[in-house]
Design a protein around this ligand. Structure first.
Ligand SMILES: NC(=O)CC[C@H](N)C(=O)O
Length: 309
């Protein structure tokens, strides 16, 4: 097996050569401005190494990767009662799909599709002004990464709000079923802002490390969530983290992952490492094209899989 540091450098070098980089998301206009040639990768191991290659210190819009952290926070606030308002099944549909909501009475399939994450935002709003809920989410991520420089990109949030017709439709539809407790625009305000958090691969891998280490931050030993909850969040990532591409990601990469339309992916190798990769071009399912390929190659090189003996 190669040294992890060399494996990361090899993967980054190989990805730099590729011309088939996918398409940058443009439905949020601000995301369309990002250079598709960027590529970064970072690994934070449970034994404390932080290894990076490529543009690993360049901040990008984490988008739906933030849903892992909002789910973690909301489970901390309301516990398993969350699952009365959000399901735990893969949707087999695109991230912004509305079709299942009517049949399933406004209960989204899982917390990682947009509808589910909007309900999670609504849960985080309880007892708060949107500004406070957004601040709580940002501070939680800063705490996980141990980095107070992480910020919300207000231009991305504004760009998404200005063009978020589908998300408004999802929120209004769920409100009609009684599955939003606050005004749709308030829940969406929280949602748009957490999607607009900007982080580098290094920061993201640091923020995810508790999931690779049984719920504890390996650097401090502090418990973020119970080991059982960390396993369950990992299970949601494996089954739902890449929308209608979740099965393919599990097949090819074999570890829990969560993607975002900014081109990032957070990957968790339980017991070993937290990984983050970024390449802005997306595949047909709206997941990072080269990011998925890079994680597939890295997992193969390192013999990483939750199914490895
Ligand atoms: N897949 C994603 O990253 C989607 C998140 C994006 N903020 C949206 O709502 O469309």
């Amino acid at each position: 097996m190669p040294e992890l540091e060399h494996a990361l450098a090899d993967v980054a070098a190989e990805m730099a050569e590729r011309s088939d980089r996918g398409d940058v998301a443009t439905y949020i206009p601000q995301l369309g401005k990002v250079d598709p040639k960027r590529f970064g990768i970072a690994a934070v191991t449970n034994d404390g190494r932080v290894l990076v290659a490529g543009d690993a210190d360049q901040a990008f819009s984490i988008q739906s990767i933030s849903k892992v952290f909002t789910l973690t926070l909301a489970l901390g606030n309301v516990g398993d009662a969350l699952w009365q308002r959000v399901g735990r099944e893969p949707s087999g549909n695109p991230f912004n799909s509305i079709v299942q909501l009517e049949h399933e009475n406004g209960i989204p399939r899982n917390p990682f599709i947009n509808a589910g994450a909007i309900v999670v935002s609504d849960i985080l709003l309880a007892g708060h002004q949107p500004r406070e809920a957004i601040g709580e989410i940002l501070r939680f991520i800063q705490f996980l990464a141990d980095d107070e420089t992480i910020i919300i990109d207000r231009e991305v949030a504004a760009s998404e709000r200005a063009t978020g017709y589908r998300n408004f439709a999802l929120a209004n539809y769920m409100k009609s079923f009684g599955n939003l407790h606050h005004a749709p625009e308030l829940a969406l305000g929280v949602y748009f802002h957490h999607c607009a958090i900007a982080m580098s691969c290094r920061q993201l891998a640091l923020a995810g490390r508790f999931l690779a280490n049984g719920g504890k931050n390996p650097a401090t030993g502090h418990s973020v969530v119970s080991a059982e909850r960390a396993r369950r969040i990992g299970a949601m990532m494996l089954t739902c983290g890449h929308y209608d591409g979740s099965g393919d990601f599990a097949f090819r990469v074999g570890i829990p992952g969560k993607s975002g339309v900014g081109g990032g992916i957070l990957g968790i190798v339980p017991g070993v490492a937290s990984l983050a990769v970024w390449s802005p071009g997306l595949n047909a399912n709206g997941n990072s094209k080269l990011g998925s390929i890079a994680l597939e190659k890295l997992a193969r090189m390192m013999n990483w899989s939750i199914f490895a003996p």
